[in-house]
Design a protein. Structure first.
Length: 287
């Protein structure tokens, strides 16, 4: 995730981060600029259509469609940001529930061996969930001396949650945890699987294909027809105007595509691994 100072306007304007859409759109912007130049040349110099009134009026269509496309892109961006923000709230809940579980267990458990077990396993759930959502293998554990015995062919977060609940149940059978205490910590244990399922819902349910494809086609045909109308009113100055219009519209779509899946490795995705590291630090302090 990119860390920045929101008050530093100069840096925003004149610095192009590696995740900036400008870098990704440069090839297409050059193609659009050359395409606009050809339209201007043929309409003004070759075909001399400047006196044809009905061709001039094509810009009226773009004025009407610009309102429609602005609504579509606003809805598209808001929907993508809602998915990103929901993911952040879920991971915030995972942080709080991990703390609460560690806090309750620190008061309930008396054995240092039992505390050490949860001191290592609770943070491991967050780390494995982060790798699970980003489709990565758990190649490196948080603790070198703690064998999680994870089967990579099975649902990895479920295996860790199962071990946590099994340990709690064993402590209950041994009389180290009472029935009332088991009820007290049950909500935190259950929340782990609930959070995992909600994150998987965001991860595995993209924006419907027909909706995403329609917006891309709309932007494409809007930009491709834009030079036909503005060539008469702006002349060759329509080249930078069309390029800038394409940059704005395409950038909004690219940003929405990036943040609608907040659990990947893009620059603007959620820092799940850093959050997992903070959970490890807090749980170790409490236990």
């Amino acid at each position: 995730m990119v860390h920045y100072n929101p008050k530093d306007w100069i840096t925003f304007i004149f610095r192009f981060h590696k995740s900036d859409t400008f870098r990704q759109l440069i090839p297409m912007m050059l193609v659009i600029g050359f395409y606009t130049y050809l339209i201007c040349f043929f309409e003004i110099e070759y075909w001399k259509l400047a006196e044809t009134s009905h061709v001039k009026n094509i810009s009226v269509m773009h004025g009407l469609l610009s309102f429609v496309i602005s609504l579509l892109l606003a809805y598209r961006t808001n929907t993508a940001y809602d998915r990103w923000w929901e993911g952040r709230k879920l991971w915030g809940s995972l942080v709080n529930n991990s703390r609460n579980l560690a806090l309750k267990l620190s008061a309930i458990l008396k054995s240092e061996n039992d505390k050490d077990f949860f001191r290592k396993l609770i943070p491991s759930y967050a780390a494995i969930l982060a790798n699970h959502l980003s489709n990565e293998d758990v190649s490196k554990m948080l603790f070198d001396d703690f064998d999680l015995d994870i089967d990579h062919n099975k649902h990895q977060p479920n295996q860790v949650a199962k071990r946590i609940f099994k340990k709690i149940n064993d402590l209950y059978n041994e009389g180290k945890i009472s029935g009332d205490q088991l009820i007290i910590i049950n909500s935190e244990i259950q929340s782990f699987t609930d959070i995992c399922g909600a994150c998987e819902r965001i991860k595995n349910t993209p924006i419907p294909y027909s909706y995403s494809a329609f917006i891309k086609k709309f932007i494409f045909f809007f930009i491709m027809t834009l030079p036909f109308g503005y060539a008469f009113t702006l002349g060759y100055f329509s080249i930078p105007v069309v390029i800038f219009t394409f940059y704005v519209l395409a950038s909004l779509e690219l940003i929405a595509e990036e943040i609608e899946d907040p659990f990947g490795n893009d620059a603007n995705d959620l820092p799940t691994k850093k959050i997992a590291s903070n959970i490890k630090k807090h749980v170790e302090e409490l236990l």
